[in-house]
Design a protein around this ligand. Structure first.
Ligand code: ARG
Length: 485
């Protein structure tokens, strides 16, 4: 006789999965297989969603007279106690009960008897887990949205103080044209704004109720699925039971949006790392985000941005994992889907931590005594300016100047190339060439050329929508501040 056949469950208690499964099984699961198949030690983090979903289901069952009102009352009472136990850390999670769903249901039955056993009427773990993941992820998306706003606010605050700070803009990491530091930071605000929009768009498709799909084909009980959706604040009810229990495209989509957000963080990290190297010296980040070296006493390493760049690989890896998890699955539910959780959870954790830490590293921390933020990045405007003065960053401005004097742009471009060549040979900036030498390239050049060739002149001239002219940057700052509240 096997252990399963021997086990005689008490009437209000399921202690092991074997007991949950019925008498059909003729041999016990080995410990290795139990460990391999169980998910409780990671999916227990969805316990609140699981209880919330169960209560909405039970309430509907009682309204539909599928279970008695007393049963619903007992389920409510039992769930309140379970929630208190989990919060207090006294809930006894059992590996034998495989996952969060069976653990909670078993405890409920232990507490309230038959009412607990009625909870699973018209429901399967397949639609239950799909509902739980969606409910849980919806809450996390809302937190991420808030954190993305915080990060944007930090960037805007630093930008506001640096509209007139000029640094070289790069293409191919070669000095290209001077830009306002605020303009540079606002580029990231645009990226994080789109990331937040993507999150909200994903949220609409996450916020759909699969419960009522049952195992795969729907159920014989007269469920009111719309009522459950309303109770749970979900925007729609899934329209096909096979699809409802099986697809995890919403998790893939979320991880794709998270990956893009991390890619933006990673690009910003790369810039911070470059800017704080001694060869650039554009910024400093506060010591609490850096570490020293065990051998080189002079070192301060940008560990946080480097780790964020590294963790981007991890999140993109989760996207690959999830999308590959889905690709071979026939309809409907397959146990493969249990593997959706760890990558999804880790994506959420990594993204949230990263957003939080970046908002603080860039914008600083609020000092409640002064009401001001402290300890954000420090900007070295002199070093930025010196770098912008190297590499003929205003050469395009000389070409534009000549175009305004009537030269076709291509000819102007060629003329400036000669001027840059001469300046390079002499080891000076374009502004350091005497006027007669410049006039030798084109007689229309006059003394006002030096204003056009200055960093400020170059910025001011780029006064088109989205350009780096301080007037434009101030308009963008105002727009973003109004939007971010
Ligand atoms: N722990 C399972 C999961 O995460 C719950 C659903 C199990 N369903 C089943 N038919 N075995 O997917």
């Amino acid at each position: 006789m096997s252990a399963h056949q021997n086990s005689t469950p008490s009437h209000n208690q399921l202690d092991t999965k074997a007991e949950a499964w019925s008498a059909l099984f003729s041999e016990p699961m080995s410990d290795l297989v139990k460990r391999y198949t169980s998910s409780v030690f990671f999916d227990k983090r969805m316990w609140q969603a699981d209880i919330q979903g169960s209560l909405a289901h039970a309430e509907m069952l009682s309204v539909q007279k599928i279970i008695a009102a007393e049963d619903f009352a007992a389920i409510q009472k039992g769930m309140a106690q379970i929630a208190a136990e989990i919060e207090a850390g006294s809930f006894d999670w059992k590996l034998d009960l495989e996952d969060v769903h069976l653990n909670i249901e078993a405890r409920l039955t232990q507490l309230v008897g038959d009412a607990g056993k009625r909870l699973h009427t018209g429901r399967s773990r397949n639609d239950q887990v799909a509902t739980d993941v969606r409910l849980w992820l919806r809450g996390e998306i809302d937190l991420i949205e808030g954190l993305l706003k915080e990060l944007q606010r930090s960037l805007v605050e630093v930008a506001e103080k640096n509209v007139d700070v000029i640094l070289p803009g790069f293409t191919h990491l070669q000095v290209a044209q001077p830009v306002s530091f605020a303009h540079h930071l606002l580029a990231y605000v645009e990226m994080f704004k789109r990331d937040a929009e993507r999150m909200l768009d994903v949220r609409r498709r996450v916020n759909v109720l699969p419960l009522g799909s049952a195992a795969l084909a729907g159920t014989t009980y007269p469920l009111d699925r719309e009522r459950v959706a309303r109770t749970l604040g979900m925007e729609a009810v899934s329209q096909n039971s096979l699809d409802g229990v099986s697809d995890r495209d919403f998790a893939i989509e979320f991880t794709a949006a998270a990956s893009l957000c991390m890619v933006h963080i990673s690009r910003l990290s790369e810039e911070l790392i470059i800017w704080m190297s001694q060869n650039f010296g554009f910024i400093k980040i506060a010591d609490r985000f850096t570490t020293g070296s065990s051998i080189m006493p002079q070192k301060k390493n940008p560990d946080v941005p480097e780790l964020a760049r590294g963790k981007t690989g991890r999140v993109v890896g989760h996207l690959m994992g999830l999308i590959t998890l889905m690709k071979g699955q026939p309809l409907a539910y397959n146990k493969d889907n249990q593997e959706d959780k760890e990558p999804l959870f880790d994506t959420v954790d990594t993204l949230k931590d990263t957003l939080r830490i970046f908002a603080e590293m860039i914008g600083g921390q609020l000092n409640p005594a002064t009401g001001a933020k402290e300890g954000g990045i420090t900007v070295n405007a002199d070093n930025m300016r010196a770098a912008a003065l190297k590499g003929y960053a205003t050469a395009t401005d000389l070409a534009d100047y000549l175009v305004k004097k009537g030269l076709p742009f291509r000819d102007a471009h060629e003329t400036v190339a000669h001027a840059v060549k001469l300046a390079t040979q002499k080891g000076v900036d374009l502004t350091e060439l005497p006027l007669p030498e410049l006039q030798a390239f084109n007689p229309n050049i006059e003394a006002d050329v030096f204003e056009a060739l200055s960093l400020e002149g170059s910025l001011n001239a780029r006064n088109t929508l989205g350009g780096t002219a301080p007037a434009q940057v101030r308009a963008q700052l105002a727009r973003n501040k109004a939007r971010l509240g």
